[in-house]
Design a protein around this ligand. Structure first.
Ligand SMILES: [Zn+2]
Length: 712
């Protein structure tokens, strides 16, 4: 029999929550607003604790009482203090806000904004305690509750708080939790008997950090490999003030990769963290309140909330870099339907995508003007006309010849007329011959004559050959140029052909996947309905089968002996039969039993209007959520692919690259023209030279000078 201070009987109801180290908490019959903490029989409060409780019950702390499960009335049993009444706290433990899975389940609407608001409320609640000389002492997440609807903060386990008595007496808090205690307490645990606000403020900063950084501990970072062997404990790190997120980070201890940094917060808040973890003059609860209230936020297209001054959404950035997905933002369409809109928006962008048109870029190459050469006709060359027949006689030599013949004739006549004057006609023969011989017997002379006669013809042939090579050069180089021009245009044309093909293939893949994704997103409500039905049917069938007992009579082959066997194996209901495994000795009874089960199952009717049990509802939600996560993941992947494709098909880039290629090809063609022109000029000058020599040759031939008479 429990009595309160006024000897009113108190009747305990069912236990609330799990038992703690000191005692258990119970509902109180007839008092919905109250619960009772009852100490374990072996942990009843001693004299000092009783005094503390009496002091707490008597304390006039209206503000504190509003935010804490403050002891209201002592409870007595057998004349001993066995517990106390305190207000019933609604809400859930604050740590259920940290991680996405817990958060989705317990605080499904919470955004980062909500977490900042709760952090602010925690700070405000601590401020209230500290203003009234109450120190929480054992700061940790199990002592703080948050209401799901409003994000208000409530403290529990208030009997452990450190209280200042009116006469300066201190009722200490005698425990602390690793990871939450400040370095001073780790270094000197004896300080525990007289804690200060500074000690609380360390724990407060840890709690705010947990909220803002998704449950990560501020001193949990990443060690380089070579230090892993002797990795320091969390306590060591706290003592040495090695705060890995710090801007003034020392040593090789790094913050977790792919995660939020202090840069994601305003400088004011970041500085408070630095002060809280690196110094022993920590920011007060009030300072925290003020800074947290000032954080200005904005939303990304996904509905992530982040600090307004950041250029990109850190949650998206973490997710895109393979980090965690800390806020589930895709919704099945029951809510805002934003995910479907996003998928459709992306899809329409992808549907409209095309590789830039490049066809008109190389026409300038195709149209590049080919050069032409004038190849003169032989007749148009300024060469004097000449006919070999007109080659002048060699008059003097001809005279000698005629003279020689004449002298020889006279000598012959003389030989017959005056054979005695032989001296005269012999001399006549010699002289006559000597006159004839030079014109006929000197081969060098004859050759020279021949050469001069032929020179003009040879010159003409040389001229013709030069003209021919000029013609050839003209035809060949023009052909070459045209070929080269075509190749140039082709080279440029094919430059992006492969890329364009790849782009088309990739884009059609992304398009197809997005269409599937859209359909999947659209069908989420249907999935939810079908899951609901499935789970409801399962649950109803189970309840129905559990209700049908295996009859002791009436199933053939199941006599009293076999029935007893069934009972001894715990087979009582149709549900048990359905899950029966390895019950020996049933013989043909086993088959009869299965037939019986089938008949029972056949009588089951699904009632679609019955409400879904909450466990099944949760199961459905978990299933739908995991589908949503999948959709989100795929969406992000497709979006990243789309962004990369878009960059590859950027018109400015493609046109820029092509423009450069066109200019380069044009320069090559120009160089070809210059080279060909030089070759032409070369032949042209040879032609001039040839014409000049031709002139000389004709002049030579015409002048036909008397040659030096040589006897070989
Ligand atoms: Zn985002």
């Amino acid at each position: 029999m429990l009595l309160d201070e006024h000897r009113n009987p108190i009747v305990l109801g069912e236990r609330v929550g799990s038992p703690g180290g000191e005692g258990t908490t119970h509902a109180v019959v007839g008092r919905n607003d109250m619960v009772a903490k009852i100490y374990h029989a072996h942990r009843l409060p001693d004299r000092h604790q009783c005094e503390k409780l009496r002091f707490q019950v008597a304390a006039q702390l209206p503000h504190v009482r509003k935010i804490a499960a403050w002891p209201q009335k002592l409870l007595f049993g057998d004349g001993k203090t066995v517990g106390f009444l305190m207000p019933r706290i609604t809400g859930k433990s604050i740590h259920l806000l940290y991680r996405p899975d817990d958060r989705n389940q317990h605080f499904p609407k919470a955004t980062w904004q909500s977490l900042i608001d709760v952090a602010r409320n925690v700070a405000a609640a601590f401020h209230c305690l500290h203003q009234h000389d109450v120190i929480m002492g054992d700061v940790n997440e199990t002592n703080v509750f948050v209401t799901a609807e409003t994000g208000e903060v409530r403290f529990i386990d208030c009997d452990s708080f450190q209280i200042q008595g009116s006469n300066g007496q201190v009722f200490p808090c005698s425990v602390f939790t690793a990871g939450w205690a400040p370095p001073e307490l780790i270094e000197a645990p004896s300080l525990i008997s007289r804690r200060t606000v500074q000690h609380d403020l360390f724990g407060l900063a840890v709690m705010i950090f947990h909220l803002l950084f998704m449950g990560k501990h501020p001193f949990a970072g990443v060690l380089p490999d070579h230090l892993l062997e002797n990795s320091p404990s969390l306590e060591d790190l706290i003592k040495q003030a090695i705060f890995p997120y710090s801007q003034n980070r020392r040593g090789s201890f790094k913050p977790p990769p792919k995660f939020l940094t202090l840069q994601a917060l305003p400088d004011g808040v970041a500085n408070l963290f630095e002060r809280a973890f690196l110094t022993r003059v920590r920011p007060s609860a009030d300072e925290w309140c003020r800074e947290l209230e000032q954080i200005e936020l904005k939303k990304c297209q996904w509905g992530h909330v982040f600090y307004r001054r950041m250029s990109e959404c850190p949650w998206c950035a973490i997710w895109n870099h393979g980090g965690g997905n800390f806020f589930v933002v895709i919704t099945s369409g029951d809510g805002s339907g934003s995910s479907l809109t996003e998928v459709e928006k992306l899809l329409s962008a992808v549907e409209a995508a095309a590789f830039p048109n490049t066809a008109n870029l190389w026409t300038s190459l195709e149209k590049k003007e080919a050069f032409t050469f004038a190849v003169p006709a032989l007749s148009s060359l300024n060469v004097p006309s000449f006919q070999a027949a007109a080659f002048p006689a060699i008059p003097k030599e001809r005279m000698g010849f005629v003279g020689g013949v004449f002298v020889l004739l006279i000598s012959v006549v003389m030989m017959f007329v005056a054979p005695a004057a032989f001296l005269v006609w012999i001399i006549g023969f010699v002289w006559g011959w000597s006159l004839i011989a030079p014109g006929t017997a000197n081969p060098a002379y004859n050759q020279e004559i021949e050469k001069r006669k032929n020179a003009p013809d040879q010159m003409t042939a040389a001229l013709e050959s030069l003209l021919q090579s000029m013609q050839q050069l003209s035809t060949r180089s023009l052909g070459e140029f045209r070929d080269e021009r075509k190749k140039s245009a082709q080279r440029v044309a094919t430059m992006f052909e492969q890329e364009k093909r790849n782009f088309d293939v990739q884009i059609s893949l992304v398009r197809q996947e997005l269409r599937n994704l859209r359909d999947e997103t659209k069908s989420l409500p249907k999935l939810r309905d079908s899951l609901r039905r499935q789970f409801a049917e399962k649950a109803q069938l189970e309840a129905y089968l559990r209700n049908v007992r295996v009859p002791s009579h009436g199933i053939p082959q199941i006599g009293p002996v076999r029935y007893n066997t069934l009972v001894s194996y715990g087979i009582f209901t149709a549900w048990d039969v359905r899950h029966m495994r390895g019950v020996p000795g049933l013989g043909p009874g086993a088959a009869e039993l299965r037939d019986w089960l089938r008949r029972i199952e056949g009588r089951f009717h699904f009632n679609s209007s019955a409400p879904l049990p909450s466990a099944a509802e949760q199961e459905v939600r978990k299933n739908v959520q995991s589908k949503e996560q999948e959709i989100l993941k795929l969406y992000q992947k497709l979006r990243a692919r789309w962004i990369a494709l878009q960059q590859s098909a950027d018109a400015n880039r493609v046109h820029g690259v092509l423009g450069e290629a066109v200019a380069k090809e044009a320069r090559n063609l120009d160089a070809l023209i210059v080279k060909t022109k030089a070759a032409y000029e070369d032949i042209n000058s040879k032609l001039d030279e040839q014409v000049r020599q031709y002139g000389h040759a004709i002049a030579d031939a015409k002048s036909c000078p008397r040659l030096v008479k040589k006897w070989n």
